[in-house]
Design a protein around this ligand. Structure first.
Ligand code: FAD
Length: 326
C-alpha cells in the first residue's frame, strides 16, 4: 500500500502545484502508515527526482525516455499504471492541471478505480481516502468516498501549501518500462508557448478579471485590467461574455467552460457574477468586485465590493497600489 503522486514536468521543470499535492500526500501517507511515492516522467527527470526527495517522498520512481519528452496521454497513462502496480498504490494523486485531470481520469478508467476530479481537500477516514469537491459554484463542499481499492484524485492548484524542502531522504528507482515510440499513436509536431511571459491563470496567486462591463471601450477596459494586474503581479482573467465578444482570447476565460482558479485574491471588474463564472473562481480566498450595479449578483459572493465605474475605479486602484507597492 502506498500514496503515489505524479509530479508533472513542463518545460523541463516540475509544475509547482504538484509539490502542494506531494506535501498533502506526505500527510495522508503518514496517517495511513504507508510510504509516499513520487513519479516523474520525461526525458530528463534528475532535478525533479532530487526535489521530490527533498520535499518528502520516501521513494521516487522515474521513467526517463525520449518518448516521454512531450506529454502524450497514452504513453503517460501506461507509465503511471506501471508505477501504480510497482508501488502497490492505493491512493493516486495528480494536480488538477489540464494534463493532471486528463491523465488521472484515463488511468482511473483503465483500472476501474474511483475518481474524484478537482478535489479541494483530502483526508483519511477509516483507512480510506475522502476527497472534498466544491460543487454548485462553491456553495456546497461534497465528500467523495471510494468503493474501489485504488482511489484516484486530482487536486485543484493552490488547495494546499507548498511543502518546505528538507534534506533528501528516501530512494530513487528507475521504473522498468519499455517505451516503444512506434506504439504511441499521438505525435507532437510542434510546441508553442501560449503564455508569452504572462503569469498562468491556474498558478496565479492574484487575478484581475474583466467582463462585459468594459463594452464601451473594450481595448481601454482590458488595458486598465492589465495595468492593475501588472502592479499586483497578477494574471489577467475574463468572463465568457468578454471572450465571446472578442475583447480578449479564450485562454483568459475563467468559469465553467474556462479555467478553474483558486487565487488568494480575485478582482472582478465589470463581471455580473453568473453561476458559470462563479463555478470557476468561487473558491478564491478573497474576492473583490467592481461593478456599477449595486444589485449585481457578484456582490453576493465578494468579500469587498466597490460600486462604481471600472473606467474610474481601476486606474485609481492601480495608482494607489503603485504608490504603496512601489
Ligand atoms: C453552458 C454555459 C457555460 C458558460 N461558461 C462560462 C464561463 O466559463 N465563464 C463565464 O464567465 N461565463 C460563462 N457562461 C456565461 C455566463 O452565463 C454569463 O453570460 C457571463 O459570465 C456574463 O459575463 P459578464 O459578467 O462579463 O457579463 P454581464 O452578465 O453582461 O455583466 C456585465 C456586468 O458589468 C457591469 N458593468 C457594465 N458597465 C460597467 C462599468 N463601466 N463599470 C463597472 N461595471 C459595469 C454590469 O452592471 C454587469 O453586472 C456560460 C454560460 C453557459 C450557458
Amino acid at each position: 500500500m502506498s500514496v503515489l503522486v505524479w509530479i508533472e514536468q513542463s518545460g523541463g521543470s516540475a509544475v509547482a502545484s504538484c509539490w502542494e499535492v506531494l506535501g498533502k500526500g506526505r500527510q495522508l501517507a503518514d496517517e495511513l502508515g504507508s510510504p509516499l511515492v513520487a513519479l516523474l516522467m520525461g526525458d530528463d527527470v534528475a532535478a525533479g527526482a532530487d526535489a521530490a526527495q527533498k520535499r518528502g517522498a520516501d521513494l521516487v520512481l522515474t521513467a526517463s525516455s525520449p518518448t516521454l519528452s512531450n506529454y502524450r496521454l497514452s504513453a503517460y497513462a501506461d507509465v503511471l499504471t506501471a508505477a501504480i502496480r510497482e508501488a502497490n498504490a492505493t491512493v493516486v494523486l495528480t494536480s488538477a492541471t489540464l494534463r493532471g485531470r486528463e491523465l488521472s481520469a484515463a488511468v482511473a478508467c483503465d483500472l476501474s478505480a474511483g475518481l474524484a476530479p478537482d478535489a479541494v481537500d483530502l483526508r483519511i477516514e477509516a483507512g480510506k481516502l475522502v476527497a472534498v469537491r466544491s460543487v454548485y459554484s462553491g456553495n456546497i463542499l461534497a465528500d467523495i468516498t471510494f468503493k474501489s481499492d485504488i482511489q484516484v484524485a486530482s487536486v485543484r492548484p493552490r488547495s494546499f501549501p507548498l511543502p518546505e524542502e528538507g534534506a533528501a531522504a528516501g530512494e530513487i528507482k528507475a521504473l522498468d518500462v519499455a517505451m516503444d515510440e512506434a506504439a504511441v499513436p499521438e505525435k507532437v509536431l510542434e510546441s508553442k508557448s501560449a503564455g508569452g511571459g504572462e503569469i498562468a491563470l491556474t498558478d496565479a496567486e492574484r487575478i484581475v478579471s474583466g467582463g462585459r462591463g468594459v463594452a464601451q471601450d473594450p481595448e481601454l477596459g482590458f488595458k486598465l485590467v492589465a495595468d492593475l494586474a501588472r502592479v499586483l503581479g497578477a494574471a489577467v482573467g475574463a468572463s465568457r461574455a468578454a471572450v465571446d465578444a472578442g475583447y480578449i482570447p479564450y485562454k483568459h476565460q475563467v468559469g465553467q467552460t474556462g479555467k478553474t482558479v483558486s487565487p488568494n485574491l480575485y478582482i472582478a471588474a465589470g463581471i455580473s457574477g453568473a453561476i458559470q463564472h462563479l463555478a470557476g473562481m468561487g473558491s478564491s480566498k478573497l474576492i473583490v468586485a467592481i461593478n456599477k450595479d449595486a444589485e449585481a449578483p457578484i456582490f453576493g459572493r465578494a468579500h469587498y465590493g466597490i460600486v462604481g465605474d471600472l473606467f474610474e475605479v481601476l486606474p485609481a486602484l492601480t495608482e494607489e497600489f503603485q504608490k504603496r507597492l512601489g
